[in-house]
Design a protein around this ligand. Structure first.
Ligand SMILES: Cc1cc2nc3c(=O)[nH]c(=O)nc-3n(C[C@H](O)[C@H](O)[C@H](O)COP(=O)(O)O)c2cc1C
Length: 396
């Protein structure tokens, strides 16, 4: 999660900036918007203000804002400064260090990484002046994203389209992420397990894997090598993550123990079945074979317990899905298992936890005062807080 200052300049693609603000906010970022006066010919300041939840800034000489020299406050506030769309004019100003409006003044004053998404007519883009400006910006460390190629609003076809908004969000997130997990190898488990009853039926649970996948994505973004052992879920593999797909608890155990030695951090968010069917049948159980059916279940291996037995210096984090006495049960599990942290969540609530996009957790350490409550947030933000806490524990 970053503080993103989004600059919008006066190209036709400025109308897409509203959707970009929405995507960034939805991804958990705090967004403030600075628009050039020309940008406001194309997009409504009210819409940008409402979507970002902060006043839209456009004027440099504002009587209401500049009593605090707020353009410098804004520049200092930003963790990432992104300009989308960036006009040919704006690229020229940025490349030459001009500062004749609020956006370009903030651009000179900020120390945040700069992400630039150009959008213009193909001939403006191909013009040697624009190409030289882009080259200068790239040499100075600006991260250029796009433009895309295709049919342009002006009727021409070629390079100049604002790239997909998802690509801009990705570039902003890469620019804003710290490298604080570089050198760490994070082993994660995620999702449910599926224990066979017969060749077509399984015993499983409602875990969607979202929490574990959010952790994998955040850890990779923060520079870690990530091995993600995933039960059967419909989640795309995050960029840069090594994924091992498994079905049963035993397969999950083998995959986890197989990667444990190289891991420095192990986080187990999977909802592993406690029991599996003792003798799954080789052929499909027939409905007519009897009036009732009894399945004999046997206990599955305790993966976390085995990890603790074999660990050599890894920081180990378990998850506790509870329906009552959240903190007491989490602390009891932490003591019983001997892990460093337990992330506890209340799965009796339908708005958080299993199979939804938000979560609210308590990150419980060994001492009673070591409880970090993370109020209801996107799983992505919760993932960042869990990793922050893991790093604190590793650094003592
Ligand atoms: C309808 C219209 C669409 C425009 N679209 C673009 C564009 O997509 N890209 C661009 O670089 N300039 C475009 N321009 C030109 C810019 O608006 C112009 O260069 C302006 O000075 C940019 O100001 P700014 O960079 O301070 O926002 C367009 C102009 C008009 C009238």
């Amino acid at each position: 999660m970053s503080r993103v200052l989004l600059g919008i300049s006066g190209g036709i693609a400025a109308y897409k900036a509203c959707e970009l603000v929405r995507l960034l906010v939805r991804a958990g970022h705090e967004v403030r918007v600075v628009a050039t006066p020309h940008a406001l010919e194309f997009v409504s300041p009210l819409a940008l203000q409402a979507l970002s939840g902060h006043p839209l800034r456009s004027e440099l000489f504002s009587l209401s804002e500049e009593d605090r020299i707020s353009h410098i406050e804004l520049a200092d506030w930003a963790e990432v400064f992104a300009v989308a769309p960036a006009t040919a004019n704006l690229l020229a100003k940025l490349a030459n260090g001009l500062a004749d409006d609020l956006l370009t003044t903030v651009a000179l004053a900020t120390q945040a990484p700069l992400v630039v998404a150009p959008a213009m007519n193909v001939n403006m883009f191909d013009h040697p002046a624009t190409q030289e400006n882009l080259e200068r910006l790239a040499k100075r460390g600006a991260r250029l994203v796009g433009p895309g190629t295709g049919e342009l609003a002006c009727g021409w076809t070629g390079a100049g389209r604002l790239v997909d908004l998802e690509a801009i969000v990705g570039a902003i997130e890469r620019a804003g992420s710290s490298d604080d997990l570089r050198g760490e190898v994070v082993l994660l488990s995620a999702g449910p397990t599926a224990e066979p009853i017969d060749p077509v039926r399984v015993l499983t649970n409602r875990s969607s894997g979202r929490m574990g996948f959010a952790l994998a994505e955040a850890a990779a973004r923060r520079g870690a090598e990530v091995v993600l052992v995933a039960g059967p879920v419909a989640q795309p593999t995050p960029a840069g993550v090594e994924r091992v797909d498994v079905e049963t608890a035993r397969e999950m155990q083998d995959a986890v123990l197989g990667s444990l030695e190289r891991a420095t951090i192990a986080i187990f968010s999977a909802a592993v079945a406690d029991y599996s069917v003792e003798r799954p049948t080789a052929s499909k159980l027939k409905r007519e074979s009897s009036e009732s059916l009894t399945l004999r279940l046997v206990r599955n291996p305790d993966i976390l317990g085995q990890v603790i037995e074999r660990r050599r210096g890894q920081t180990v984090v378990g998850f506790a899905a509870e329906t009552e006495d959240l903190l007491a049960n989490a602390r009891a599990k932490l003591e019983r298992k001997g892990c460093d942290l337990i992330v506890a969540n209340d799965v009796s609530r339908s708005d958080i936890g299993f199979d939804v996009s938000e979560n609210e957790v308590a990150i419980v350490g060994p001492a009673p005062e070591q409880v970090v409550e993370v109020p209801r947030r996107s799983k992505r933000e919760v993932a960042e807080r869990i990793l922050d806490r893991v790093l604190e524990v590793r650094r003592g």
